[in-house]
Write a protein that binds this ligand. Sequence first.
Ligand SMILES: [Zn+2]
Length: 352
Amino acid sequence: MKQLRNNVIRAGLDALYFTGAHHVLRPLLAGVGTIFMLHHVRPARDDVFQPNRHLEITPDFLSEVLAHVRALDVDMVSLDEAFRRMNERDFSRRFACFTFDDGYRDNRDHALPVMRQHNAPFTVYVASDFAEGCGRLWWVALERVIARANSIQIVRNGAAATLDASTAAAKQMAFDQAHDWLRTLPNDSAVQTEVSRLCARHGIDDGAIARDLCMSWDELQSFSADPLVTIGAHTISHCNLARDSEADARHEMITSRARIEQQLGQPVLHFAYPYGDKSAAASREFALAREIGFRTAVTTRPGMIFPENAEHLTALPRISLNGNYQNARFLSVLTSGAATAMWNRFRRVDAA
Ligand SMILES: [Zn+2]
């Protein structure tokens, strides 16, 4: 299914590009700004089985994106400056922000040098447990389990099911099915219980993954001192807030901010909802982020920034730089707003 969805998206991007529709639509759809969403930035790997590849782009592609945005005469600004422009309705020039979720070490090792070359500010949203070294990145754990296993067992419709994982194609299918199953579980601790069980059975140390991939507080201290870097919050445990009680959701948001502020000695004014789609962030979470006092909060809903978004600063859409579409010709389509306008059926603001 995922592969099919990827192919449909790719065909759509190609169609927009080859018909030139994105040029025609640009004045209507491009909006006043763009917030780009990234995760990992690191050199490409050869492995055939890379189910999380949509979450990583190469340093070269990042550099291409930055050159493209610069060539469009768009201002690359920090989130604080984007907030100022939206708050004061100062839309005399188009802007682009770059945001990276989760706090990966490769953001320092591979993204920062490229961002420096292009003098581009950016924000990294830190889940405080990941920096603590005790968080759980279950989607990476699942990848590591299936990479090593010949089959895995999950529970489907109340019954145990064995998924073949003996070939690269079977591994991809097993990952998609296990991933979809995990997303249906009632809460994050249920997801964690199941993933930990798989890890124990297949000899994967899931407790080590956060330390392996994410910056520690010590590392974040020197990283965040760079004038191009802003640190935002991303909850304590990287939970689906919409599935938490309101008290728990508030605690995740407030305490993650407090921990980062205490560790890094700087105010944290921006927030990203983990997962960030409609099942993970909606009106209750948007209101909480506003009440707690975040200046901006970003979702993973696709969209450009329009003047109307200034009324909904804790429900901002982003444009994903997806590792499955690292092709320069998709960039002009993405930055024209044509692709996201189609996804959003030409509705400019979706903040409900
Ligand atoms: Zn995240």
